[in-house]
Design a protein around this ligand. Structure first.
Ligand code: GLA
Length: 393
């Protein structure tokens, strides 16, 4: 009889349910959108989501590609209903989630929701554990297109198994939904999550700073998270992305230069671009960063390669991302505390394969000679020079 547990475990492994098969063909480029959490935390609401959608339709964000509007934690009532269903908080979401999803769809957006693989969410609302198939059916009935699944209060649950169950539940519910794993890199999801989901967090939470943390003690600045991506680049590709967390661009705690640096690097990483600022009241300079099509094109390049760190010098780092058609993006960061003259000698870029390249200064939106020319500029602390190289003659 002692063998029974092993037999059951073996049967589970061999059953089709254990072989997660996410919806294919989704997120062939990194998802782009907006999420309630970074600015509004528990204060998400129907009004906020509608106003944000209206603002993003009017300010060019939707047309630049930011289509997934995601409601993060704290949207639910603290208790499930007698049938075990999740219920939207009737004060925050008086019209219910289906109507809100319909509104987003009618404006050309897609609808994202949040849940948690543990017993409760990080904010203390009901988690999905034990209710996965029921919850997935509910999300599908609301018209959800994107689902983020967190990892608080998981107790002794097994990480890969917890996410596989939810992936299977989404699949069984029948609606194509992008599945965003949010287990903070704790179980090295880059090693097992490709069949399970479309993106996976590689780190803990971002905060609005370069490298000094955030408003909560568990948050990290974007440079800290950037450093944690080194070596993970080989695991990303179309339909399966490393996620170093959402954008803090435009949030208090970052200088304009740091917002530009942050955005440049998230594009270089082929990271999901999920804005986290109040886009209803956004300075024109921040809007210009978030909607710069040439920078976004680096993130969304169809080849789907994540960038890598090429070189670290005193007060300067060089990163590069391979693009389609033998093009490259090269980003040089001033890691020092003061503005500095940065130089880039493209002869040193040993990964280049062609003899000649035409160079564009991406943020300036202007040609910048060829790769044979010296490239130098004054760059603010934590700001970048960003170049696109195209084979030339
Ligand atoms: C975790 C996640 C965050 C956010 C909060 C919500 O910390 O990593 O992105 O979803 O939970 O409580």
């Amino acid at each position: 009889m002692k063998r029974l547990p092993y037999l059951i475990a073996f049967a589970a492994l061999a059953s089709p349910a254990a072989k997660a098969e996410k919806f294919q063909g989704l997120a062939m480029t990194p998802p782009m959108g907006w999420n309630t959490w970074n600015t509004f935390a528990e204060n998400c609401s129907d009004a906020l989501v509608r106003e944000t959608a209206d603002a993003m339709a009017a300010n060019g964000m939707r047309d630049a590609g930011y289509v997934y509007i995601v409601i993060d934690d704290c949207w639910a009532k603290k208790e499930r209903d007698p049938d075990g269903n999740l219920v939207a908080d009737p004060v925050k979401f008086p019209g219910g989630m289906k109507a809100l999803g319909d509104y987003l769809h009618s404006k050309g957006f897609k609808f994202g929701m949040y849940g948690c693989a543990g017993k409760t969410t990080c904010g203390g609302y009901p988690g999905g554990r034990g209710h996965e198939f029921q919850d997935a059916r509910l999300y599908a009935s609301w018209g959800v297109d994107y689902f983020k699944y967190d990892w608080c209060d998981h107790g002794t649950a097994n990480g890969p198994e917890s996410y596989r169950i939810m992936s299977d539940a989404i699949r069984a519910a029948g609606r194509p939904i992008i599945f965003s794993l949010c287990e903070w890199g704790q179980n090295q999801p880059w090693l097992w999550a490709e069949p399970v989901g479309h993106l996976w967090r590689t780190t803990g939470d971002i905060g609005a700073s370069y490298a000094t943390g955030g408003k909560n003690k568990w948050e990290h600045g974007w440079k800290t998270l950037l450093d944690m991506q080194v070596g993970l680049e080989k695991y990303a590709g179309p339909g399966h992305w490393n996620d170093p967390d959402m954008l803090e661009v435009g949030n208090k705690g970052l200088t304009l230069a740091e917002s530009r640096g942050h955005f440049s690097f998230w594009c270089l990483l082929a990271a999901p671009l999920i804005a986290g600022n109040d886009v209803r009241h956004m300075a024109p300079e921040i809007r210009a960063i978030l909607t710069n099509r040439d920078v976004i094109a680096i993130d969304q390049d169809a080849l789907g390669r994540e960038g890598f760190r090429f070189r670290v010098d005193k007060d300067k780092e060089i990163w590069a991302k391979e693009l389609s058609n033998k093009e490259w993006a090269v980003c040089v960061l001033n890691t020092g505390d003061a503005p500095a003259k940065l130089t880039l000698d493209m002869h040193e870029l040993t990964f280049l394969t062609e003899q000649y390249y035409d160079v564009t200064d991406v943020w300036a939106g202007k040609p910048a000679g060829t790769a044979l020319d010296p490239h130098a500029a004054m760059v603010d602390s934590h700001d970048v020079m960003l170049f696109r190289l195209k084979p030339g003659s």
